[in-house]
Design a protein around this ligand. Structure first.
Ligand code: AMP
Length: 298
């Protein structure tokens, strides 16, 4: 496994691989790897010749009062996991390498960001899109792998690829969960043991919503109110940031659900903000989606 720290070397290496006809799968992460990241790597390994994993905690996507400084980092451990998963190249630049001129030029995202984390974290998706433009230009991947755990991010990347004409296929991958249903996240280690026990209710609440849809309920407002009620009843330590039921991937509000939709929530704990969601389709009675290869299918 090759470690690369410079954008120029990364780009040169990719060009050489492409000249040899190799296809490039790219998994962008902020590190502190867990099974969620590992599943993206496995999808990439199955679909591409070369897997590039980036590890970069991107300052531009954190708000002033968010956890950029304290975001968990452990590159030694990450390298061991990446090596074990068969990653070919780890790209691990520092902030000066990725922002040589500081934040003097940023991408502005207007589409799909007026709801969910886009509205509670202003500027977050501008930071995400900015770093992805840089990374896509450097890594020039054929396919990129993103987790549906961050379903709004998947929707924004989908729009970004179309807006900027990137010849890249987006592969959204299923959310990987702990045995009790909590979505795996680098931030879970920040939960106290009582918060950790309580956090199981995020997914339980979302599943209550899905159950209603599977029973034939189509009113987004009703599903939202039932999921909210569930969370209000079961959360004592966490504070609900939002519960939303929207069309997916356009993230438009809908009176009645049809086709693909998302039920999403965010909950603030003392040292960690957790998000979770279920993306499903009213046309197939699904327990969430096992693997959403084409997010635009109706
Ligand atoms: P992060 O390091 O948190 O920025 O995440 C990097 C990538 O891993 C993103 O595409 C995330 O959506 C994905 N990811 C994070 N957690 C999970 C999970 N539990 N299941 C699947 N993918 C995940």
């Amino acid at each position: 496994m090759q470690m690369i720290y410079s954008a120029q070397e990364m780009n040169r290496t990719i060009q050489q691989l492409k000249e040899k006809g190799q296809t490039i799968g790219f998994v962008p992460t902020m590190g502190y790897l867990h099974e969620g990241h590992q599943s993206l790597i496995r999808h990439a390994k199955a679909m591409c010749d070369i897997v590039v994993l980036s590890i970069f905690v991107n300052p531009a996507q954190f708000g002033p009062n968010e956890d950029f400084e304290t975001y968990p980092r452990d590159i030694k451990r990450d390298k061991i996991i990446a090596e074990k998963e068969g990653v070919n190249i780890v790209f691990n630049p520092n902030v000066d390498e990725m922002y040589p001129l500081g934040e003097s030029m940023l991408v502005t995202v207007k589409d799909r960001v007026d709801v969910l984390c886009g509205s509670s974290r202003p500027g977050h998706f501008d930071g995400v899109a900015t770093i992805l433009v840089k990374l896509f230009n450097i890594v020039m991947p054929d396919k990129v792998f993103f987790g549906l755990k961050d379903a709004q991010q998947v929707a924004v990347v989908d729009s970004m690829i179309k807006n900027f004409h990137y010849p890249i296929q987006l592969v959204p991958c299923q959310t990987i969960r702990e045995k009790d249903g909590l979505a795996k996240s680098s931030r879970n280690i920040r939960l106290s043991s009582d918060e950790r026990k309580e956090a199981v209710h995020l997914y339980q609440g979302l599943k209550e919503g899905l159950l209603l849809v599977n029973k034939g309920e189509r009113s987004a407002a009703h599903i939202k109110s039932q999921v909210t009620l569930y969370l209000e009843t079961h959360l004592r330590l966490g504070k609900i940031d939002y519960v939303e039921v929207l069309g997916y991937p356009d993230l438009q509000s809908k009176e009645l659900l049809n086709g693909r939709f998302i039920i999403a929530c965010a909950v603030q704990y003392e040292h960690a903000r957790l998000i979770d969601n279920i993306v499903a389709n009213v046309n197939n009675k699904l327990e969430g989606e096992p693997y959403a290869a084409n997010i635009n299918e109706k």
